[in-house]
Design a binder for this molecule. Structure first.
Ligand code: SDX
Length: 427
């Protein structure tokens, strides 16, 4: 008999099995709790709740560890490519050279969009937020691929996953082009996944576009850092949407919608806007005090994390990448100095130390993306582009689980108990 925990409910003792993973906290299997005790658990933010079993990504928030299929994010960021990391997340092992070449070739040949999709953009205002466009266009993809939405068919799941990974850069680049009134640039199959994205975003039909290798490498590394992150809000949204049997395009559109929030993926846009509002380092103390003031809704965007109570390992890589991009582009940005100073002050302030608030993945990314030329409104769209591989990998893991069932949480009801209708004349 494995480990168990005892619960005394109403004078009766119940045993619940403790399940062990390969690493990380054990879980108490309470699937029988309601049937046996008539009681629910209560955990609104899921701070103590494991919603699923997964073999994709492991985070140790106290140690600042992030593993994808066992490989540390620092090693992947240093040695891998986004395509190789995508293959790893989808298939569980690093690919051979031939496997990687085949995978990249498959993705490359799905980067074009159905020509009708271009019409969807024209329905938006030019100043539409790119995330609004991403939600709409990605959700609409399900209207174009009836040939691959049988989610019980592994081949359909595979082609849908490849289409989503392949088309997100084209969709995101088109959202940017639409906002600046430039023509869409078609994919170029000779380029890498990330080089292709940079050309579709910043290239124009009027001249050749040269991909800057250092920028391509930095962008690719940023995609790796955003690829997957356990059961965060948007991934949980994708899983819950997928649990009803919804098609993968609709599920990813739901994930994009959730990621948009400033507490989640929208933090990269909010963090740079915050740095712009702070401006110079001398203004930092004022904003630190605001962040500590319970009556002030202001928070330091790009700081804090539900899981990391030590440094976010992605922020470490991101900070290093800032300097590489600045050197490559021979630019600098006074906001980087402000960011470094803000981090230094915050990490020495008792409030942030006590609450374990460190820079997260979103704190520095905006400075890099801004240096490369992206407007702040594109930052979360880039996060969605990269996280799509994590979303589809998690979705595939869930759908292929034979024990999978629709997710349907219960509640603690605090509304009125039953009462009779009162005709309007008697109210
Ligand atoms: C991402 O989940 C993931 O894995 C997400 C992500 C991924 O890859 O998918 O890592 C991507 O979303 C990163 C997080 C980006 N968000 C931000 O940078 C927004 C700013 N940070 C937060 O709002 C907040 O830190 C969260 C949402 C990230 C985490 O919130 P929690 O875990 O619910 O913690 P909390 O809000 O309860 O905060 C704990 C305490 C509170 O103080 P008390 O009520 O206990 O007195 O810390 C304070 C908060 O007020 N606090 C902050 C703060 N974040 C938390 N105070 C000032 N500035 C902040 N940024």
């Amino acid at each position: 008999m494995g480990d168990q925990v005892k619960l005394n409910a109403g004078g009766t003792e119940f045993d619940y099995p403790v399940l062990k993973g390969s690493v990380g906290p054990d879980v108490i299997d309470i699937r029988k709790l309601y049937a046996q005790t008539g009681k629910f658990t209560y955990d609104p933010g899921f701070t103590s709740t494991a919603s699923c079993e997964s073999a994709l990504t492991y985070i140790d928030g106290d140690e600042g560890v992030l593993l994808h299929r066992g490989y540390p994010i620092g090693q992947l960021a240093e040695n891998s490519s986004f395509m190789e990391t995508s293959y790893l997340l989808l298939n569980g092992e690093l690919p051979s050279a031939d496997e990687l070449a085949t995978f990249e070739n498959t993705i490359t040949r799905h980067t074009m969009l159905h020509e009708q999709l271009a019409n969807f953009y024209r329905g938006f205002r030019r100043d539409a937020h790119p995330m609004a466009i991403m939600c709409g266009v990605v959700g609409a993809l399900s209207a174009f691929y009836h040939d691959s939405t049988d989610i019980s068919d592994p081949e359909h799941r595979k082609i849908s996953s490849h289409r989503l990974i392949a088309k997100m850069p084209t969709i995101a680049a088109a959202a940017y082009k639409y906002s600046v009134g430039q023509p869409f640039v078609y994919p170029d199959n000779k380029l890498s996944y990330t080089g292709n994205f940079l050309r579709m975003t910043f290239g124009v039909p009027a001249e050749e576009y040269e991909v800057v290798p250092a920028v391509e490498k930095a962008m690719d590394r940023i995609f790796i850092l955003h690829a997957d992150h356990e059961q965060n809000a948007s991934t949980s949204t994708v899983r819950l949407a997928g649990s009803s049997g919804a098609n993968p395009f609709a599920c990813i559109a739901a994930g994009i919608a959730c990621l948009w929030g400033p507490a989640h993926g929208g933090a990269n846009e909010a963090a740079l806007n915050m740095l712009k509002e702070i401006g110079t380092p001398d203004k930092i103390p004022h904003y630190i005090e605001r962040a500590k003031d319970k009556n002030d809704p202001f928070r330091l965007m790009g700081f804090g994390h539900r899981v990391y109570k030590n440094y976010d390992p992605r922020a470490t890589v991101m900070q290093k990448t800032v300097r590489e991009v600045f050197d490559a582009l021979k630019v600098t940005d006074p906001l980087f100095e402000t960011a470094l100073r803000l981090e230094e002050i915050a990490l020495n302030d008792p409030y942030f130390v006590e609450k374990k608030l460190f820079p997260n993945v979103d704190f520095y990314s905006g400075i890099i993306l801004s240096a490369i030329g992206f407007p702040t409104t594109m930052f979360t769209a880039l996060f969605a582009l990269a996280r799509t591989v994590g979303w589809v990998a998690q979705w595939n893991e869930m759908i292929s689980d034979p024990g999978q069932k629709i997710g349907r949480p219960r509640q603690l009801y605090t509304g009125p108990t039953q009462r009779d209708f009162v005709p309007i004349g008697q109210r």
